[in-house]
Design a protein around this ligand. Structure first.
Ligand code: ATP
Ligand code: MG
Length: 309
């Protein structure tokens, strides 16, 4: 789909949260899950109708200001398949947009984090999202290497819920499981109180953090693995630039207590969480709006989401 002129609206379709921003208006957010119906799973659309319904009010609200033609820049994980990308485009068109271009999420995140993506020195960014862990090396304005694993905070939340059910016999609502996750993160010590339901009645219980951590560990390791794998595959010169500049973390998972330390320890590279990790993708996508058409990021993107050299 050709884009005539620069896009008007940026969209970050996230597994947990969908964010939309025009060039000058405020960022609007909506949960990507409504009444237990997931529009997305692991970063990609699993329910086209739910996605269109999620996006329609966000797009329609802005159509009037653009004479009924709204061009969209949408973000997608770096390993998105052609079919998955087509799904993103068709849902956005169905919701009322007139054209869509797609950019890889880590590139938008890097722009949003204020990294100098045009630099000839490589930047290494990891986006720990709700459904995807997306790692990328960015140099000269494009992604030169990337690796995504379809695992994220939603998997950690599920572990918290099944742990509570199996060990203390209570059902944790997703909100309480998320609260526990955000509070405990990668902690291994102490006890934590949680609230849920047992036999339909509200109950409060105490859980041993070390036991929960043991269950969370395999998922945490799956989230950390692509960082290490991508680092290992880099040519020595790029690796040296990454060591010099450090690793930058974005996404909600970057805020989990202990996540930054875990990446730093595993990689032995200085690791920083960017100032607004959750807003990085949408802020960067918005900043890319005036430039996106001329950069033609879409064409430089290969069939499996890897950058074409
Ligand atoms: N302090 C925090 N604030 C918000 N979210 C947090 C925090 N700490 C951890 N999280 C986790 O981050 C998750 C959301 O991350 P994010 O917004 O980056 O995901 P997403 O963009 O919707 O998903 P994806 O990019 O994987 O499709 C939350 O569901 C929560 O589990
Ligand atoms: Mg995201």
């Amino acid at each position: 789909m050709p884009v005539f002129g620069s896009p008007d609206l940026a969209i970050d379709l996230g597994t947990a949260t969908t964010r939309v921003a025009g060039r000058r208006d405020c960022i609007s957010l909506r949960p990507s899950v409504s009444q237990n119906i997931h529009a997305l799973n692991r970063g990609v659309i699993v329910n086209g109708q739910a996605t269109t319904e999620l996006l329609r009010p966000m797009i329609q609200k802005r159509l009037r200001g653009h004479l009924g033609r709204l061009r969209v820049l949408a973000c997608a994980p770096s390993d998105v398949s052609v079919l998955e990308r087509q799904m993103v485009r068709s849902c956005i068109l169905e919701a009322g947009a007139s054209s869509v271009i797609t950019v890889p999420e880590p590139l938008a995140a890097a722009v949003g984090a204020g990294l100098d993506i045009g630099s000839k020195y490589a930047k290494f960014l990891v986006d720990f999202g709700d459904g995807v862990t997306d790692c990328a090396v960015i140099r000269d304005g494009q992604i030169v290497a990337s690796l995504a694993e379809r695992v994220g905070c939603s998997d950690l939340r599920q572990v918290v819920q099944s742990f509570a059910k199996l060990t203390i016999g209570i059902d944790l609502p997703p909100g309480e499981a998320d609260r526990l996750l955000r509070t405990l993160g990668l902690r291994r010590e102490g006890f934590e109180t949680c609230q849920g339901l047992a036999g339909g009645a509200p109950v409060q219980a105490r859980l041993r953090v070390a036991d929960l951590h043991e269950e969370l560990r395999p998922v945490i390791d799956r989230m950390l693995a692509p960082v290490q794998t991508l680092l290992r595959t880099l040519p020595a010169s790029i690796g040296a630039e990454v060591i010099e500049d450090g690793i930058f973390l974005t996404g909600g998972g970057a805020l989990l207590p202990g996540m930054r330390e875990a990446v730093a320890e595993q990689s032995a590279i200085d690791t920083r969480v960017v100032p607004d990790p959750i807003g990085s993708v949408i802020c960067g996508a918005r900043r890319m709006l005036p430039l996106a058409a001329s950069l033609d990021l879409w064409k430089s993107w290969g069939p499996r989401g890897r950058a074409v050299p």
